[in-house]
Design a protein around this ligand. Sequence first.
Ligand code: ARG
Length: 570
Amino acid sequence: MKKKLANLLSENIPNLDKQTIYDLIEVPLNTSMGDYAFPCFKLAKELKKSPKIIAKELAEKIEKVNFIEKIECVNAYVNFFVDKEILLKHMLIPILKQGEKFGMDKSKSKGNIVIDFSSPNIAKPFHIGHLRSTVIGKSLYRIFEASGYDCISINHLGDWGTQFGKLIVAYKKYSSKEEIEQKGIQELLRIYVLFHEEAEKNPELEQQARDYFTKMEQGDEETLELWRWFKKISLKEFEDVYNLLDVQFDSFNGEAFYNDKMAPVIQELEDKNLIKVSDGAKIVELEDMPPCLITKRDGSTLYATRDITAAEYRKETYNFEKCIYVTALQQNLHFKQLFEVIKKMGYEWYKDLVHVPFGMVSIESEDKDKPAQAIATRKGNVILLQDLLTQAIQKTKEIIEEKNPTLEDKDKVAMQVGIGAIIFDDMYNTIIKDVEFSWTKVLNFDGETGPYVQYTHARACSVLRKSKLAKHCIRLVNFSFITDEASINLAKQLGNFKSILSDAANKYEPSIIARYAVNVAQAFNKFYHDVPILVDDYDVKYSRLTLVCCTIDILKNALYLLGISAPTQM
Ligand code: ARG
C-alpha cells in the first residue's frame, strides 16, 4: 500500500526519488489524519515554497485512484484516506497466507553479513555491559537474516593482551590453583581488582605484568599454560550465560587467533608505504584523527593490529557484504581509525565496515539519593550478568506465583519472561542512549516492557484457544465486516511489519522493532477492550479472529527478531 502510494506521489514529485518518498510516508497514530500522511517539509527546501502551499498544491494535483477514498491537506501534510476494504485485504491477506513465515525472508540470497558481537574479555567477568553487545548483536543477526542475508556470528574474544600479564602476577601473589578451580571467574575477578589496588601503591607490579605478557608473546610455555587455563575457566562461564540467553556463535576466533597472522599484514602496510616510525613505534598517520598504533616500541602488537588483520581475514573467508561491530560508544575512535587504515590500504570494502555503538549501562542505586553506579571492572563494581539473569527469573517466578499460580510450565515461562524482560529493556531505547537499569521498570507488566508484549501475545493466544478453532481454520470470510476504528487501526499496525523490519535493518536499530512491538500490543489491547470477539455472528467472529491470528504471528515474529520467546500462556 505504501509502495503504491509512493508511486502515485512520485508521478507528481519529480524532484524526489521514489525511495525517499517512500521513506517519508508516515502512518498517523490518529486516524482522523488519514491512513497515510506525506509531510512536505523536505520539499520546501528544494522548491523554495512554504511546505503548507506545497501540500495544498500536491493534494489538488494528485489523481484519486481506486484505492483512495479521500485526499486532504492539513498544514504541511497531505493526508490519504484509503478504501478500508482494500486496505484490510492488503494488510491481512499476506499475513494470513504466510503465518509465522510472514516477513521472514530466509532465502540468504543477498549475500553474507558478518556480525562481531558480545566479544567479552577473557579472565574478566561477563558483566551487564556485555549484555548489551550480546543482545543487540543477536537481534541484528536475526534482523538481517529475516532480510535475506546469510549471517555469520563472531565472538571476537579479548583473549590476548597485557591483562594476562597482570593476572599471572596476581595469581602468583594472591591466589592458588585450588581457589581458582573452586571459585572460577569470581576468583579471577577478585585478584584482578586486587592487582589494581596494589599496583597503585607499588608501580613495580605493572612492570612485572608487562614482562609476563612479553614472555607470552615470545611463546614461553609456562605462561602460555596459565593463559590457556584462565581462558578455559572463563569460557565455561560465558557458555552458561550464552545458554541462558540462547545465543550461538559461528566462530570464537578472538584476538589470540590472529597472533601468527599479523606479520604479513604489517609487511603489507610497509609495502604500501603506510608505516611511519615514531619513537621506535610503528604507526599509520591519519587525517583528522590520532595515528593508529601498529606496534609498540618493544615490537608488541595492539588491539588495532589484530583488528586490521581480522578484517582482512574475514573478507577473505566470508566475502561479506557487510561486517558489523557491536561495541560500546567508547570505541568510536578505534573503529574510525581501523576503517581509515583499511581504506588507505586501498580496499574498497572499507565502506562495508560498520560500527554499531551503544551507550553505557548503569544500575539504579537502591539508595535514591545516590547516583546510579557505573560499570567498572577494575574497581569490582559489577553486577555479574549471570546473577542478574537468575534474579530476573526468580522475581518473575514470584509474580507468576502471585498472579497465576496454576499456570503450566511455570519454570519455563518464568525463564522466558524474566530473560525477555531484560533483553527488551536493553533495546527499547535508541541503542546509543545510556540505559539505567531498574527492576521496577523492567518487570512492569503494564509498561512499555517485554513482559507487556509477551503478555499481549499470550492473551491473543488465549482468545484463539477459547474460540476452539484451530489457527489454520481462520480464513477471512469477508473484510467488509471489519469497520470499527480499533480493528482498522490494529490491521494497519500489523501491515506495517515489513517496512519496520527494513527500517530497523537500514538503521542498525533493534529499538525500532521493540517500539513497534509495543505499538502492536497497544493496538491489540485497545481492540480487545473495545470490540467483542467471540460473538454469535459467524462472519463477524471470523473476521475478528483473523485479526487475533495475525496479531499472534506478528508479535511472535517481532519478539523473535529481538531474541525473545513468546510463551502462549502466562
Ligand atoms: N573485547 C572488546 C571489549 O570488550 C570488544 C571487541 C569488539 N570487537 C572487535 N573486533 N574489536 O571491549
